[in-house]
Design a protein around this ligand. Structure first.
Ligand code: HEC
Length: 111
């Protein structure tokens, strides 16, 4: 019985990142405002189809001010970014990584 309880909590915890809806979080945190509805804003702000690990790393770097340079400071202006947790950033990155890149997408960025 005790073992089952431990197993339950282990599964609950380990699946937390996957249970989060990356797409919903992307809009909730206003990422779409600058990066486009599907992460396909032009040039350097394009996030679609990029490796999830790279996206999480960069999001966390920008959030923690460890790499604020030039245009990245614009992203810091969004106060919602400060309450973004790493598990949420992972869910967003996972969703973005599965989208077609701006080059292969049929519909271009509108912003
Ligand atoms: C206020 C506009 C704005 C918002 C809102 C915003 N970003 Fe950004 N983001 C930027 C800008 C500008 C850059 C820097 C692009 C550059 O380096 O030229 C950037 C860079 C990034 C990068 C690094 C891209 C790279 O190639 O280095 C990631 C990852 C990223 N944003 C994810 C997010 C996520 C996830 C959210 C939502 C939580 C978000 N951004 C919200 C403007 C924004």
């Amino acid at each position: 019985m005790k073992f089952r309880l431990i197993l339950f909590f282990f599964l609950l915890y380990s699946s937390a990142a996957f249970a989060l809806d990356g797409q919903a979080l992307y809009f909730e945190y206003g990422c779409d405002g600058c990066h486009g509805d599907e992460g396909q804003a032009k040039e350097r702000v394009s996030l679609a189809g990029r490796p999830a690990s790279e996206l999480v790393e960069k999001t966390m770097l920008i959030q923690h001010d460890q790499n604020p340079k030039g245009a990245e400071l614009i992203m810091k202006e969004n106060p919602d970014l400060n309450r973004l947790e790493e598990a949420q950033a992972q869910a967003i990155a996972l969703w973005l990584s599965q989208l077609p890149t701006s080059k292969t997408a049929t519909k271009g960025a509108t912003r």
